[in-house]
Structure formats: structure tokens, C-alpha cells
Write a protein that binds this ligand. Structure first.
Ligand SMILES: NC(=O)c1ccc[n+]([C@@H]2O[C@H](COP(=O)([O-])OP(=O)(O)OC[C@H]3O[C@@H](n4cnc5c(N)ncnc54)[C@H](O)[C@@H]3O)[C@@H](O)[C@H]2O)c1
Length: 359
């Protein structure tokens, strides 16, 4: 694949690299949820490229997500905070797509320091190595959570110009990483791009997250635990739509720019998601239980994705309900993938003292 750039942002030698037929792409966190979906997407769309996955295989990773790609990718187990390991894998790389992170808000409350270490120090380590190795593109995956939250009764949305206002250890660490990425563009002219996306859903998502956990519990005949009153609003993005957005940013995005990426949901609450899942599985309504809310739980996120739509021609392929049905089917058909991690996720919530309030 050829990646076009504005001439003033990178050197001619860097551009020449992209004109060669094969691109060496380094995907960090490629054994996690979005990363593994992106590895599948990229292998399918760009079979000529050389794909290296670099992942520390934390609890969030699942090697089985990449099993069918065994002969098409190079997998390197390593930690993004380990400069030596990062340098070894960065040699000859043209493009970095950086997903590796600690990503679960609940875990950040229980153990915040690893979030700063992985998300800030890890990203910085990668950036410095990418600079030394003169990579032609560093794309950083970030979150809309860096913008804080929106009061439920407000209709405005986050956009690329929204002021950062992170409110949790997770979002603060992602905000920190975004700032370091931008600093490397301003200071060293490293050719970076950033995408801030909303909550993703789809295949290969860890069973600790709302949608897979709910589906799996329903499949086991259990209730869906909903935080507080379930009125939190998220702007759900199907993971494959997200992968396509990243591809477009790599192909046509402006160096140094940020792109907000969101879904096609109209103010859907967590409670409504639970109800939709119950319906999709043909069950009755009494499958919901309310549990103690997460500390500092943001109530609403919503993203204005008009910039990527206008400039790069991106939009989600389907609406939320269609993709939700696809997702339910995937979890129904892939029990072997989630069986073990679903038990681990339940143990995690039990250890956190999750308590049922009412049914
Ligand atoms: N999932 C979402 O809804 C969402 C929304 C917005 C942004 N994001 C961002 O997208 C990215 C991917 O999220 P995800 O949901 O796929 O995360 P995930 O938790 O499913 O996967 C993260 C991956 O990173 C790896 N990893 C963690 N620490 C590492 C380290 N020190 N070195 C190397 N690898 C390490 C893990 O082993 C895992 O494979 C993250 O940067 C996250 O902040 C996610």
C-alpha cells in the first residue's frame, strides 16, 4: 500500500519507502480487542504488507484472536515500556499503529499506576524509538474519554477542538499519551496522527466489558449487571468501522492532525443496551440487575465525527442495532474463544465487591 503525505511533513527518503510495494507495519497491542480486529482487517485489505504484532500478552490479550493469521503475521511478545525490546522490533518499520494500553476503567480505579506506566511511559518509549528509526507514520489510538463527560441533559458533542478534561486514572493516562504524541510532532516533526474514538464493540472484546459480558451472562441464564441506574450514554462504534477509519487516516489523513471517530447511536443508555440484548436473544425483561456504580463514572460521551466524514469520506457502514445483532451472533458462535476469560472477568468483578442493589 502507498501512503501519501504532504511534502513538508516528512523527508523524501521517507516517502520513497511508501512507494515500495511492501510496507512493514508494526501493530502494538495486536492481541487485544481492537488491535486484533485491526490485524485481521489489515491482513485482509493489504495482504502484501508485512505485519508485526508487538504485545506484552497481559490479561487483556488473547492469542486465540490471531490464531487464524499464524502464517501471515510475525508475533513478538514484548513490553512497550522496554526500550531495548521496542528498538529491536522497530528496525525497518515504516508505520506504527499503536493500540497497546491498559484500557479498563474499573481496573484503573483498583490499580492506577500501571495505567500511567503503560499508557504514558509506554507511548513515549515507542515515540522515541520511532523517531530514532525514522518511521514514516506513527498513528496513536486514543479515546473520547480524554474530553471528560457531558451532562445528560446537554446535546453538544466532543470534537477535535474540545478542551481536554480527563476525570479518571485511565482517561488521564490516555490524555497524557496524546500530549506526548503531539509534542513529538511539534518538536521533532515525527509524522503522527491521532484518533479519539468512542466505546467500541464487536468480536474479540474481553468479557469484562459491558456488551460481551452482558451477552455471555445471558447465554448462561444469568442477569445483566447494570451500574447505578443504567442511564449512562455512550456513542458506540463497531470495531470494523473503526478499523476502516484508521486505514483512511493512514492513507489520507493530515500529518499532525487528530480525528474523532464515533458511531451511529442516538443517545442509547446502558439500560437500553441491556434491553436490546435481551430482545436479541429472545429472552424476557427481568434479566437486569442494578449494581453499585463505578467511582467517578462519566455519564455521557458523544462524538461529532463530521471532520473525518467530510475530509476522508468515512462513516459507519451500518447502524448500531445491525452491528449489535452481528455481535450477539459472534459471541453465540465463539464460546471457545471467551469461555475461560469470562470466568476470569466474573472473578475480577467479585473481587471488586460488585453488589446487586435491586432486580
Ligand atoms: N475498547 C474501547 O472501547 C476503546 C475506546 C476508545 C479507545 N480505546 C483505545 O484503543 C486501544 C485498544 O483498546 P482495546 O480495547 O483493544 O484494549 P485491550 O485492553 O483489549 O488490549 C490492549 C492490548 O495491549 C496489550 N498491552 C497492554 N500493556 C502492554 C504493554 N506494556 N506492552 C505491550 N502490550 C501491552 C495487551 O496485552 C492487550 O493485548 C487502547 O489504546 C484504548 O485506550 C479503546
Amino acid at each position: 500500500m502507498t501512503l501519501p503525505y504532504a511534502l513538508d511533513t516528512i523527508t523524501v527518503a521517507q516517502i520513497a519507502k511508501f512507494e515500495s510495494k511492501i510496507m512493514k507495519i508494526l501493530i502494538t497491542g495486536g492481541a487485544g480487542f481492537i488491535g486484533s480486529n485491526f490485524v485481521h482487517y489489515w491482513a485482509e485489505q493489504h495482504p502484501e504488507d508485512s505485519i508485526i504484532v508487538f504485545d506484552a500478552l497481559t490479561y487483556a490479550a488473547n492469542r486465540a484472536s490471531l490464531a487464524s493469521l499464524q502464517n501471515k503475521i510475525t508475533f513478538v511478545e514484548g513490553d512497550i515500556t522496554d526500550r531495548e525490546a521496542v528498538d529491536a522490533v522497530m528496525a525497518g518499520v515504516d508505520c506504527v499503529v499503536h493500540f497497546a494500553a491498559e484500557s479498563h476503567n474499573d481496573r484503573a480505579i483498583a490499580d492506577p499506576f500501571i495505567f500511567t506506566k503503560t499508557n504514558v511511559i509506554g507511548t513515549h518509549t515507542l515515540l522515541e524509538s520511532a523517531r530514532q528509526h525514522k518511521v514514516s507514520r506513527f498513528h496513536h489510538i486514543s479515546t473520547d474519554e480524554v474530553f471528560g463527560d457531558i451532562p445528560l441533559n446537554e446535546k453538544y458533542k466532543f470534537s477535535e477542538s474540545t478542551r481536554y478534561n480527563p476525570r479518571s486514572p485511565y482517561s488521564a493516562s490516555k490524555a497524557g499519551s496524546d500530549h506526548v504524541v503531539n509534542a513529538y510532532f511539534e518538536t521533532y516533526k515525527l509524522p503522527v496522527t491521532i484518533s479519539n474514538c468512542t466505546n467500541n464493540f464487536g468480536p474479540y472484546q474481553h468479557p469484562e466489558k459491558l456488551i460481551p459480558r452482558s451477552i455471555i451472562r445471558l447465554l448462561h441464564g444469568q442477569n445483566i449487571p447494570i451500574y447505578g441506574e443504567g442511564n449512562q450514554v455512550r456513542d458506540w462504534l463497531y470495531v470494523k468501522d473503526h478499523c476502516r477509519a484508521i486505514e483512511l487516516i493512514l492513507q489520507k489523513g493530515k500529518i499532525g492532525d487528530t480525528y474523532c471517530v464515533g458511531g451511529m447511536t442516538e443517545e442509547v443508555t446502558n439500560l437500553q443496551i441491556a434491553q436490546k440484548l435481551i430482545k436479541a436473544l429472545g429472552l424476557s425483561e427481568n434479566k437486569i440487575e442494578f449494581v453499585t456504580d463505578r467511582a467517578g463514572h462519566d455519564v455521557k460521551y458523544a462524538i461529532d465525527w463530521s471532520k473525518i466524514n467530510k475530509e476522508l469520506g468515512w462513516q459507519p457502514e451500518h447502524d448500531f442495532d445491525t452491528w449489535l445483532t452481528t455481535t450477539v451472533e459472534w459471541y453465540k458462535n465463539n464460546e471457545a474463544w471467551w469461555k475461560e476469560t469470562a470466568n476470569e472477568a466474573e472473578s475480577f468483578y467479585k473481587a471488586q465487591g460488585e453488589q446487586v442493589l435491586t432486580k
